[in-house]
Design a protein around this ligand. Structure first.
Ligand SMILES: [Zn+2]
Length: 71
């Protein structure tokens, strides 16, 4: 097993670009939904979705991780 020296905001996950597990920097941001199709009027108050983004520290590729599905 490879061992990673992880910071609190880092995580090991699979990078499609690298084709292997790498260290990713995790960022969680509230993204305001601007696409009207995504937001029904009754859901407008929930228009801000937390989006978790992982930035591969090996190649710099940014990938969206699991979105929080509001169901
Ligand atoms: Zn990568």
């Amino acid at each position: 097993m490879d061992s990673f020296d992880l910071q609190p905001d880092e995580a090991v996950s699979y990078c499609q670009h690298c084709g292997r597990e790498t260290v990713h920097r995790i960022e969680i941001a509230l993204r305001e939904t601007t696409t009207r199709d995504e937001v029904a009027p009754e859901n407008a108050k929930h228009a801000r979705k937390p989006v978790r983004t992982a930035l591969c520290e090996a190649c710099g590729a940014k990938s969206h991780q699991s979105r929080f599905h509001g169901d």
